[in-house]
Design a protein around this ligand. Sequence first.
Ligand code: HEC
Ligand code: HEC
Ligand code: HEC
Ligand code: HEC
Ligand code: HEC
Length: 223
Amino acid sequence: MEKPQVNVTSAASGHGEKEEGAGGAVILFFILGLVGSLLVGWVLFPQLLYSKKRQPVDFNHDKHMELVSDGCESCHFFRPDGTYSGVPQLAQCIQCHEEPNGEDPEEVKFVEEYVKKEREVPWLVYSRQPACVFFSHAAHVKMAKMDCVTCHGPIGESTSLKVYQANRITGYSRDIWGENMLGVKRKSWDRMKMDDCAECHAGAHVNPGSVQTQKDGCFVCHK
Ligand code: HEC
Ligand code: HEC
Ligand code: HEC
Ligand code: HEC
Ligand code: HEC
């Protein structure tokens, strides 16, 4: 009868020691887990989530702005019907690029691979919205007199085209989905999701239907 009792006490004290050790291990594992998930969330996840693509040819906006006569509109202009030309076509470049002007390997590639073969450059459009979205440059640039920088950032002054990042799940460009993984928006061009369009529309008192929480307002921005 007594033997089992002794066993119970020794087992109990042994159990107590183990619990202390387990408590420390739990904290250690908690910290490791926390650090691990922060690393995954902030470092690894964005790298896995976005595939990086280089533009087919690098293009220097800053240098070209000194060469053209009509500023941005030399390449990005409104057509007579009010639609926006968007990314330039080869025809707008050929006058100056029948032959390379210099030694720049990017220009040589552009002339050899595209101009001479009469192939359009498959530019990757950072700001591309899904096909269901209707957007009009005329409403913003002509009517509301907005600056390109507000929505696109300083691409027009850049000397090199940045890497294009495509979200592997949605296919969206990172310029739409947002630079910051926590959703913090520091600059007006950091992100261009539905709420970002609607937030500015609400503040600027654009057609109240275009604030997407309103019923029937969906077709202001959706086709
Ligand atoms: C007014 C003339 C002119 C027009 C229009 C023009 N370019 Fe250029 N481009 C130049 C000159 C000159 C250089 C060489 C600059 C140097 O090497 O110092 C150049 C350089 C380049 C280069 C080498 C890298 C860089 O950007 O400096 C690329 C690529 C290029 N151009 C692409 C284009 C494309 C694409 C278009 C049409 C959307 C275009 N260019 C329109 C004159 C022009
Ligand atoms: C000589 C022609 C030329 C001139 C002048 C020019 N651009 Fe561009 N621009 C281009 C080309 C080529 C691209 C294609 C790269 C790309 O897909 O982003 C481009 C792309 C852009 C884009 C990126 C669109 C997107 O979402 O991918 C913006 C924004 C832009 N230009 C703004 C400007 C502004 C602002 C100016 C005037 C300060 C300007 N550009 C002057 C040729 C030009
Ligand atoms: C109110 C925000 C806003 C302003 C202001 C704005 N853009 Fe855009 N831009 C967009 C959006 C959104 C798209 C994508 C449209 C789409 O995919 O349907 C776009 C697309 C583009 C493209 C690529 C279009 C294509 O389909 O090839 C170019 C180039 C461009 N913008 C240049 C400019 C320039 C230059 C200015 C200034 C004159 C300007 N944008 C002003 C929001 C804006
Ligand atoms: C920084 C402010 C701002 C942002 C961002 C913005 N807009 Fe606008 N938008 C305006 C203003 C201001 C007008 C009113 C223009 C006018 O008619 O004077 C407008 C007008 C429009 C119109 C025409 C509405 C009508 O009733 O005729 C459409 C469509 C539109 N925006 C779509 C979009 C979409 C889609 C986005 C996001 C991809 C967007 N806008 C982002 C400010 C903005
Ligand atoms: C101010 C412009 C605007 C209005 C108004 C608006 N949307 Fe959107 N919507 C967008 C833009 C831009 C996107 C693409 C970016 C994104 O997914 O946030 C989008 C994306 C969506 C998507 C996801 C589509 C996809 O392919 O990923 C759905 C669903 C949607 N909108 C539904 C609605 C409904 C329902 C309403 C009306 C209650 C509405 N939207 C009103 C601008 C607008």
